[in-house]
Design a protein around this ligand. Structure first.
Ligand code: NAD
Length: 359
């Protein structure tokens, strides 16, 4: 019996990168029982929802899923499937490693950072009041009276909830990740000098949690300073843990530092379930062309193998990806060195699979 894993292929370039990812995972010899399900715009007509119940039920059953990107049509009232999955399964930790690879163009080298972003709270909690509404009037009056501070009448208002519970579990997640993966240091990132109660609470809890992990160094940085430090001295940092908004921004910054979308893996993890996915979207203009880079989803599968306890297989996939990209021969258009004819998505995956088999 293999590990049960739900595979959501996604749409646009999703099915192509999903197939490429399966080719590489199969080459590791780790047995996976794939349950393939579909979500997104293509199943809308059949099920009346982009996220049919059987998709969530499948993840609840297998506990682990990997998904290709899913298109969120603009202005259609179509709820983001990605956000819905995170909410339904309480996947509170967004894990985004960023590691430099020889052969991937970037102004930085030797980057090896892991961003742990809180996924459920903060300004992204969706508590907002539109300008000019009755609810806004009430919220403004209430908040002005309570805080003694004037809020301009034509303001839109957003609320930033940060709980001790949410902060504790994300910081614990970051330390546990550091412990399991031989990482030396966790840095909590915040703006507690200004947002004394919200970010202040996040920092207070981070300091408290850090005391339970004496073998892992802990420090904190103010988010603006963190941005500058990442540009100037990225080698000083290891695992970063952040509330939702800063995590969203910094994780794209670190992805950019190692070469961008085509190579950036990710995972959304909770206490019971984990869903692995590339950072990039469904790139509809490239759909069906066997053209795009499969690396991001393959590296997401590498995170999945590690999560399943298959460390040796994960290490092989990582090494194989790095060697194929460094060799620069069987790589897609975005990675091909000058003068080299790029190969397609499946040919690159095949080259990585062959490299895995040789390790
Ligand atoms: P995108 O990531 O799909 O594409 C932006 C550009 O990045 C592409 O045109 C392409 O040039 C490049 N790119 C992306 N992935 C690549 C790859 N694997 N290899 C090589 N080049 C690659 O972003 P977008 O155009 O803003 O979004 C398209 C759709 O995807 C939207 O509907 C959006 O909502 C959705 N989306 C989904 C997810 C997800 O499912 N996790 C994430 C982001 C965006």
């Amino acid at each position: 019996m293999g590990y049960p894993v739900t595979l959501i292929r996604g749409d646009g370039i999703g099915p192509e990168v999903a197939q490429a990812m399966q080719t590489v995972v199969n080459a590791t010899g780790v047995e996976i029982d794939w349950t393939v399900v579909d979500a997104g715009v293509d199943v809308m007509e059949q099920y009346g929802t982009p996220l049919p119940d059987h998709v969530l039920d499948s993840i609840r059953h297998t506990k682990v899923a990997i998904k290709g990107p899913i298109t969120t049509p603009v202005g259609s009232g179509f709820r983001s499937v990605n956000v819905a999955i995170r909410k339904e399964l309480d996947l509170y930790a967004n894990l985004r490693p960023a590691r430099s690879m020889v052969g991937v163009k970037s102004p930085f080298s030797n980057i090896d950072l892991v961003v742990v972003r809180e996924n459920t709270e903060d300004l992204y909690a969706g508590i907002e009041f539109q300008r000019g509404t009755v609810e806004n009037d009430k919220a403004r009056d209430f908040l002005s009276t309570l805080s003694g501070k004037k809020i301009r009448e034509d303001s839109a208002i957003g609320v930033k909830p940060i709980s001790a519970f949410g902060s504790r579990r994300i910081v614990q997640f970051a330390f546990e990740y550091a412990k399991k993966n031989g990482r030396q240091k966790v840095t909590a990132v915040h703006k507690a000098n200004i947002m004394k109660f919200t970010d202040g609470l996040f920092l207070e809890i981070a300091r408290e949690v850090a005391q339970s992990y004496p073998d892992i160094e802990f420090e904190d940085r103010i988010v603006d300073n963190m941005c500058m430090q990442l540009m100037q001295k990225p080698e000083l940092y290891d695992v970063l843990v952040l509330p939702n908004l800063y995590g969203d921004i910094i994780s794209d910054l670190t992805a950019g530092m190692v070469g961008g979308l085509g190579v950036a893996p990710g995972a959304n993890i909770g206490d019971e379930y984990a869903v692995f996915e590339a950072i990039h979207g469904s790139a509809p203009k490239y759909a069906g062309q066997d053209k795009v880079n499969p690396t991001a989803l393959i590296l997401s599968a590498c995170l999945m193998l590690r999560y399943l306890g298959e460390e040796a297989a994960a290490a092989k996939v990582q090494k194989a990806v790095e060697s194929v990209i460094a060799a620069g021969k069987y790589v897609t258009y975005d990675l091909a060195p000058p003068g080299v004819t790029p190969v397609g998505t499946q040919a690159m995956a095949q080259a990585i699979a062959e490299a895995v088999a040789k390790l």
